[in-house]
Design a protein around this ligand. Structure first.
Ligand SMILES: Nc1ncnc2c1ncn2[C@@H]1O[C@H](COP(=O)(O)OP(=O)(O)O)[C@@H](O)[C@H]1O
Ligand SMILES: [Mg+2]
Length: 309
């Protein structure tokens, strides 16, 4: 388990991170969300023992990250921002070097190397210099060094940043596959990533936590959460707006391209059915009808607006 209390970092007079406090147990995949400069990397550097906090502490399975750093760091795999590696080495040479640094020997060393290479699908590039690899492969080499010693805690700083959609998908799948019995903390400013891989989301802005909950609870903060959108090409939008606007419990019916979004006064599970029934009764041709889950980008903006640096 990882326990973080009142973690704070000042650079000169400027607070890069203030009073970060949380606990995580195995199985939790925490997403650090936030605009550039929010303090995500600073937090991760302190969680992994690379940067000394101005105040506060980090405990990993009871070991203090500063007083007992070797023990604490043994639990941790870390992918720093940009996935740095020794460019002139080959993936095999690099991973062997990391295996030695992590103190792996004998059969365990051979097994961990083989498993990691398989999980990260690195077989075809093992002998090629890292500097000549594609971004996707480089990132997989970075992830491979992080998971090589089979750590309990994985800390991944923007693991999918700069990758194409297929590579992003692959990396997310790998993270999900790894995480059943581990603690994972992944930073991102990519919102779909949070719903795709995380079961807890913490939004940071200007070094402070502005929201902490499930990705669903973040979605539920969106005004669109629970709204119903109806698209119809057979009736006029004005007519639809008037009719659906008078359904009991509807707060507002807002025209959009080709349809209407209907916002309830309160979250109402029967709104979809009510709108469908009205549409059928009126004989409108329903092109599409769906419940909105929420718009994470809007929630993100409203929580962090004007706070990019
Ligand atoms: N070594 C440093 N010296 C001074 N300021 C820094 C240093 N590293 C980061 N900062 C500042 O701390 C803040 C948080 O940065 P960072 O943790 O990198 O944010 P994020 O990873 O969320 O983009 C930013 O304002 C950044 O400019
Ligand atoms: Mg960063």
């Amino acid at each position: 388990m990882i326990e973080v209390s009142h973690l704070t970092k000042y650079y000169g007079d400027v607070a890069a991170l203030e009073d970060l406090t949380f606990k995580l147990v195995p199985g939790e995949i925490l997403g650090f969300l936030g605009p550039n400069g929010a303090g995500k990397s600073t937090a991760m550097k302190m969680l992994t023992g690379f940067l000394r906090p101005s105040s506060g502490e980090v405990r990993i399975w009871g070991s203090n990250m500063w007083q007992d750093s070797l023990v604490a760091q043994r639990h941790i795999g870390y992918l720093p921002e940009g996935a740095p590696a020794y460019e002139e080495m080959t993936p095999l040479g690099f991973l062997q070097f990391i295996a030695d640094a992590r103190g792996l020997t004998g059969v365990e060393r051979a097994n961990r190397l083989e498993q990691t290479i398989t999980v990260m699908s690195l077989q075809e590039v093992l002998g090629q210099r890292i500097e000549t690899l594609s971004k996707g492969f480089k990132r997989r080499v970075g992830l491979a060094q992080a998971i090589l010693h089979d750590p309990d805690v994985l800390i991944l700083d923007e693991p999918t940043d700069g990758l194409d959609p297929n590579q992003k998908h692959q990396v997310r799948k790998m993270i999900k596959g790894l995480s059943a019995d581990k603690i994972v903390i992944v930073s991102t400013h990519n919102l779909e990533e949070v719903t795709a891989v995380c079961n807890r989301a913490m939004v940071l802005a200007k070094g402070r936590v502005v929201s902490d909950g499930t990705p669903e609870s973040l979605m539920a903060m969106s005004p669109y959460h629970g709204a119903v959108t109806l698209k119809s090409s057979s009736a006029s939008l004005a007519e639809i707006a008037e009719v659906v606007g008078s359904i009991t419990g509807v707060k507002e019916a807002v025209p959009i391209a080709g349809g209407i979004t209907i916002f309830p006064e309160n979250i109402d599970n029967t709104l979809f059915t009510k709108v469908l029934e009205v549409s059928l009764a009126k004989g409108w041709k329903v092109d599409s009808l769906y419940v909105e889950s929420g718009r994470l980008d809007e929630v993100f903006r409203s929580l962090t607006e004007g706070e990019s640096q």
